[in-house]
Design a protein around this ligand. Structure first.
Ligand SMILES: Nc1ncnc2c1ncn2[C@@H]1O[C@H](COP(=O)(O)OP(=O)(O)OP(=O)(O)O)[C@@H](O)[C@H]1O
Ligand SMILES: [Mg+2]
Length: 252
């Protein structure tokens, strides 16, 4: 089994969309998938149709009681994936955890308890480099990196690689397992250039599947449904289906 941290220290590049759409597709392939929301924005939680006001136990409580495992906060969703949700209470955890010894290892400790229960665990991390992103990367076997097909996208890679280098002191086997080009419009030459440069620099690390810019992916979260339910025939849904095949093949 594999624990994936979907991470990139840049906002709005497709981390949440990828965690959700990829996770649901992996589940549709018959794999047991757990999604973990460790972003105080709670976007993943809401995109799965969960009402934050109805949540009693979230990832926050999991971080406070890591040896209990995440089970007590895990919700079964209607889309085949389990979810450890996040609510705004998580924003306060940054301070609560600040002085705590081993605060970087809390999620890792919790997820070790359920490793055997899942084929894939995907963690959606926030854009900032704080205690939550560090917890996600410390818990993970590999980082999956969404790279927005945008002119300055590749400039963010050295920073992420530096972070991964630091986290390796706690989690020596952590590495970038794959780069996913997102929001691409291959008709624009800038997008083509970014894709070519990414493939030149990172070779096979870049998945063959490119996620197109697709407005259905913007709309789906407003309906609290993953793309495969909201618009199963859309180009976005098809791309994430292909990506799931690639990910499953890479992490048999
Ligand atoms: N392939 C796509 N085509 C069109 N819109 C997309 C695509 N992927 C994501 N989006 C939209 O772009 C916005 C940012 O995406 P998303 O929330 O997945 O990014 P993020 O990296 O998780 O952001 P944050 O850093 O704030 O957590 C959202 O409105 C989302 O619906
Ligand atoms: Mg997000």
């Amino acid at each position: 089994m594999t624990i994936f941290a979907v991470a990139m220290q840049k906002g709005g590049v497709g981390k949440t969309t990828t965690t959700l759409s990829l996770g649901v597709e992996l589940a549709r392939m018959g794999r047991r998938a757990l999604l973990v929301d460790i972003d105080p924005q709670g976007n993943l939680t809401q995109a799965l149709g969960c009402d934050p006001t109805q949540i009693t136990n979230s990832v926050y409580e999991v971080l406070l009681n890591p040896t209990h495992g995440p089970g007590f906060a895990t919700l079964a969703t209607s889309y085949g994936v389990d979810l450890v949700p996040a609510t705004l209470t998580l924003a306060g955890a940054e301070l609560t955890l600040a002085g705590r010894f081993g605060r970087e290892l809390l999620l890792r400790t919790a997820l070790q308890e359920v490793r055997r229960d899942y084929d894939d665990i995907l963690i959606d991390s926030p854009p900032s480099l704080g205690v939550f992103t560090i917890n996600a990367l410390t818990a993970a076997d590999v980082a999956l990196v969404p790279l927005q097909a945008h002119i300055f996208a590749l400039k963010a890679m050295p920073q992420l690689e530096e972070t991964i280098g630091i986290v390796r002191q706690l989690n020596p086997s952590l590495h970038i397992g794959g780069i996913i080009i997102t929001m691409s419009d291959r008709r624009t030459s800038v997008n083509q250039v970014v894709e070519e440069e990414a493939r030149q620099q990172y070779g096979d690390l870049v998945f063959k599947t490119v996620i197109p810019f697709n407005v259905k992916l913007v709309e789906a979260p407003a309906f609290g449904a993953p793309i495969v339910s909201y618009a199963p025939d859309s180009s976005g849904a098809k791309a994430y289906r292909d990506l799931a095949q690639e990910v499953a093949a890479r992490y048999e």
